[in-house]
Write a protein that binds this ligand. Structure first.
Ligand code: FEO
Length: 172
């Protein structure tokens, strides 16, 4: 067994949170779907799929390192939103929370001198840079457009996608 009981428990908790986030993004996608905003719905459906991938990546690590995988109880996500801004703000808050949790996992791996886990978790550390940045960009675009201008957001997402909204400042 390459993993401690402590770290196994912490990773299981993170697996639950990633699945929760996947459900939360599905609920946000449904909100945008019922508001007839298909591009925003598509964006959050893709995000939900990504969170499921994160959970499964953690599942594989726990199993491969010999830990016991136990998915914790997962609370219901928020399904009602008053505005697009509220939904996008929740997504950003969620990504900030994931970042805090990932940092906590790295701290634990360092404390336990678990180099394998530290190395594995670096992928998540780097991933959060993109996740937070994407959520922040979308929130700012939605705020700039305002509720009355959400069709502009739809048009923007349909033409550019969100990844293209962040210029690569290091590009030559
Ligand atoms: Fe799994 Fe969006 O962080």
């Amino acid at each position: 067994m390459l993993i401690s009981k402590n770290l196994t428990a912490a990773l299981n908790e993170q697996i639950g949170y990633e699945f929760f986030t996947s459900m939360q993004y599905t609920a946000i996608a449904c909100y945008f779907g019922t508001e007839a905003l298909p591009e925003l719905a598509k964006h959050f459906t893709l995000q939900a799929e990504e969170e499921r991938t994160h959970a499964l990546k953690l599942v594989n690590y726990v199993v491969d390192s010999g830990g016991k995988m136990i998915i914790p109880p997962i609370p219901s996500p928020q399904s009602d939103f008053k505005t697009a801004e509220e939904a996008c703000k929740l997504a950003l808050d969620s990504e900030m929370e994931v970042t805090r949790k990932i940092n906590g996992l790295v701290d634990l791996a360092i404390e336990e001198k678990d180099h394998l886990a530290q190395n594995f978790l670096q992928w998540f550390v780097n991933e959060q840079m993109e996740e937070v940045s994407t959520a922040e960009t979308l929130l700012r675009i939605v705020q700039r457009a305002g509720e009355a201008g959400l069709l502009l957001v739809e048009d923007y997402l349909a033409r550019n996608g969100l990844a293209a909204s962040t210029p690569d400042l290091n590009a030559q």
